[in-house]
Design a protein around this ligand. Structure first.
Ligand SMILES: Cc1ncc(COP(=O)(O)O)c(C=O)c1O
Length: 340
């Protein structure tokens, strides 16, 4: 019974079928195939605006290319201290941005505190050419803590971005969970809140190696084609990535899958919140729960797989995916309730 990661989930059957359906005959390579051209059109429909879609195979590639586009080698990008970009990408964003600096900013519940970010930015500039030039902000939605930036918070970041003339990137590795949970549209959550670049994730939510960088601001995105090639991410058989993304957004499949995962996380939270300590509010498809070591061992012996959060011995992370079975969640709830 897997609660370790949505990355460990299988591929959704409709998306797998889309790969099989795209596997007929020859098609143009490097993004000039009909699937990629159609995806470009459909994404513009989904977002309700002009955008450039860059199909990719990893979220790290999307985040790294976004950093490279938004932050010069002598610039800095502000992100949450424990964000995936800062903590789990082995320096790829800095590498692809030719040595730019990522600066971590903290806050509650896995989110950057906007007031703290404003203060930090207000304090820059005193060292002149000796310090990096503030160039971009990156927000993860939903966050690595399974929480959401509210619309009010996103509006604050939009103002900060405008005040300091910065680019705004969103790491949407789990954007589907965020949109499904909030009930707002993806347009409202992204470009209408000033987002210039979005890492649009699909792999965790049912796809096989399919992500996209969505560029809303053509000025910021203008060097994407060469940046992508130079980074080794211009995919020759792009049709197979684009076909997946087409199936993913078709008929709101992406939202249906995310809602299934979110609903299970929410049920888990509702059943245990009065008796157990949750580290963060459960707002998407992840829950962080404090349990003593004996209970953790006991759960593992019963066949429940999950991560103990790095740096702790008594916090476990449970991830609910589009393929998590409701019966497994019920068994997990009962097991946690019954262990003394
Ligand atoms: C929030 C977040 N962003 C980005 C990524 C990067 O994805 P990938 O492993 O495909 O590079 C992950 C992966 O777990 C993630 O959780």
């Amino acid at each position: 019974m897997n609660f370790r990661s949505d990355n460990e989930s299988p591929v959704n059957a409709k998306i797998m079928q889309a790969i099989v359906d795209a596997n007929t005959g020859f098609e143009e390579s490097y993004g000039y195939d009909p699937y990629t051209l159609k995806l470009q059109e459909e994404m513009m429909q989904l977002f309700g605006c002009w955008c450039e879609v860059v199909p990719l195979t990893t979220g790290t590639a999307a985040n790294s290319l976004a950093t490279a586009l938004s932050t010069p080698p002598y610039g800095s990008l502000f992100c949450y201290t424990d964000s995936h970009m800062n903590a789990d990408e082995c320096g790829a964003p800095e590498f692809f941005a030719d040595g730019a600096k990522l600066i971590g900013v903290t806050g509650e519940n896995g989110k950057i505190n906007p007031e703290l970010l404003d203060e930090t930015l207000a304090g820059t500039g005193v060292h002149g050419e000796h310090e990096c030039l503030p160039s971009a902000i990156s927000l993860t939605q939903s966050t690595e803590a399974g929480t959401l930036y509210s619309m009010d918070e996103l509006n604050k970041f939009k103002k900060i971005k405008q005040k300091y003339n910065l680019a705004l990137h969103m790491d949407g590795s789990r954007i589907a969970n965020a949109v499904a949970s909030s009930g707002t549209s993806i347009a409202d959550m992204t470009w209408k809140r000033g987002v210039d670049l979005l890492s649009f994730g699909a792999t965790k939510n049912g796809a096989m190696l399919a992500e996209a960088l969505i560029i809303f601001n053509p000025k910021i995105g203008k060097e994407i084609k060469r940046r992508r090639k130079r980074a080794g991410h211009l995919i020759s058989k792009m049709r197979f990535i684009s076909a997946q993304l087409l199936a993913y957004i078709n008929d709101d499949l992406w939202l249906d899958l995310a809602k299934q995962a979110n609903d299970l996380a929410s049920e888990f939270y509702q059943q245990l919140k009065s008796t157990h300590e949750f580290i963060y509010p459960v707002q998407a498809n992840e829950a962080f729960l404090r349990l003593n070591e004996e209970k953790i061992i006991n759960l593992r012996q019963q066949g429940f797989a999950f991560h103990i959060w790095p740096g702790s011995t008594d916090i476990i992370r449970l991830v609910f995916s589009h393929c998590t079975q409701s019966s497994h969640v019920k068994m997990l709830i009962n097991a946690i309730k019954s262990i003394k």
